[in-house]
Design a protein around this ligand. Structure first.
Ligand code: GDD
Ligand code: MN
Length: 386
């Protein structure tokens, strides 16, 4: 099967019953899941027999040939589609774009590693079609559900994150962090412009972004172990979660990236003082040398942290990292000039010195954020990272 680019008869459009447009679209985000993709398709074929469905894999330019593998299957099976994104990363945003790429009235989101129990899908669809629920969530924490062979610390982390989520959604869900759910298309359409699209927690995002609370039903399932490959959820996922919460808290008025950028900037002040103390006090170098060294260290550390956290989804690597550092340093130097300029102007106008200083800092921070977002990260983010 699948040699070269032979054209395959598009079954879905040619044969009687199967020409129904997909009623259910299953969106599967993938990043390096090549060995899982055929298994996911097989399992969907088995459990959705008789339903009109399609599956849309949203692949963030995996390095293991996942997209090629999906397309090879898609050439034989018109229910399968591949949406490949270049230069971007992120589970939530992948799910959003996958759902938007479908016209189906019912949408489901499921991981591409067989950890979610696909045999729940017909029931989820049935509940949505029955009209009693707008969202059906596969839950690990209601009676009958479970987290399989998770270790203690992972299970504890998950429960803590669940508790914190109550701050942004009113629903009393047992598993708001679930990555396995189905919804009516209208729910997506009403919330899509408010979605943050940050991090891993797409269900939480959808519910928190809905203008009116959707009716949610939970059904239990047992979280399985991975079929192949390894988890992509690392320590950074925690940061992504915090950013999502911050974005929802501020109602999206202050961009989450700006909050992250400001936090990193605040940390930079500590770095500055630590290095200054070391050079000026401990090593008895001149104040000017100490201050210059401290400013340089703070800029490198701010750049590194912003690159790893604030702009994790478009992280710069290799020579792009160096170029990024150069443009970051240049921009922040200009930001410092703006800061001092505004502060001294206000001070001369007899503004309180504290207020003048804060205004200078605010102007500098907004300048640094806006300019580095445009010139340091956006410009070089075309090529995908890993
Ligand atoms: N397109 C895309 N882009 N897909 C991604 C990305 C990304 O940046 N990161 C991860 N994925 C895909 C993986 O390939 C996999 O199919 C799915 O998203 C889930 O990733 P895992 O790495 O397997 O996550 P997990 O098993 O540790 O966590 C899952 O379970 C949690 C609890 O239900 C996820 O579903 C979490 O969202 C969920 O909270
Ligand atoms: Mn997984």
């Amino acid at each position: 099967m699948g040699k070269g680019l032979e054209l395959v008869e598009p079954v879905a459009t040619m044969r009687g019953k199967e020409s129904r447009v997909a009623e259910l679209a299953v969106v599967v985000p993938t990043f390096n899941e090549r060995d899982n993709v055929p298994e996911v398709v097989n399992r969907l074929e088995n459990c959705l027999r008789g339903e009109a469905w399609e599956v849309i894999f949203v692949d963030d330019d995996s390095t293991d040939g996942t997209a090629a593998c999906i397309r090879e299957i898609a050439r034989q099976n018109p229910r399968v589609r591949c949406l490949q994104r270049i230069g971007r990363r992120g589970l939530s945003s992948a799910c959003i774009e996958g759902m938007l790429a479908s016209s189906s009235p019912y949408l489901a989101v499921m991981d591409g590693d067989c950890q979610h129990d696909e045999t729940m899908l017909p029931r989820m669809l049935g509940l949505l079609k029955g009209g009693d629920a707008d969202v059906v969530v596969g839950s690990r924490y209601t009676d009958g559900g479970g987290v399989g062979s998770w270790d203690m610390s992972r299970a504890r982390m998950s429960r803590l994150a669940t508790r914190v989520s109550r701050a942004v959604i009113k629903h009393d869900l047992s598993d708001p962090m679930s990555g396995f759910f189905a919804l009516r298309r209208e729910v997506l359409e009403l919330s899509v412009r408010n979605l943050s699209g940050i991090g891993f927690k797409i269900l939480l995002d959808v519910i928190a972004s809905s203008p009116t609370p959707p009716r949610v039903k939970e059904i239990p399932y047992e979280f399985r172990t991975r079929y192949a490959g390894e988890s992509k959820l690392d320590s950074q996922a925690m940061w992504g979660y915090l950013m999502l919460l911050a974005d929802k808290f501020t109602g999206g008025v202050v961009p989450a990236r700006f909050i992250a950028f400001a936090l990193v900037g605040g940390l930079g002040v500590f770095v500055h003082f630590a290095v200054l103390t070391a050079l000026f006090q401990a090593m008895s170098l001149s104040f000017v040398v100490g201050q210059a060294g401290a400013a340089a260290a703070a800029m490198v550390s701010n750049f590194t942290l912003n690159n790893a956290l604030t702009y994790r989804d478009m992280r710069l690597k290799g020579w792009r990292w160096l170029k990024g550092l150069a443009s970051f340093t240049l921009t922040c130097s200009l930001g410092a000039l703006a800061n001092v300029g505004v502060a001294s102007y206000l001070f001369k106008q007899h503004t309180l010195w504290e207020v003048s200083a804060l205004a200078g800092i605010a102007v500098g921070a907004v300048w640094n954020y806006g300019m580095t977002a445009t010139y340091t990260w956006k410009k070089y983010s075309r090529k995908s990272d890993s």
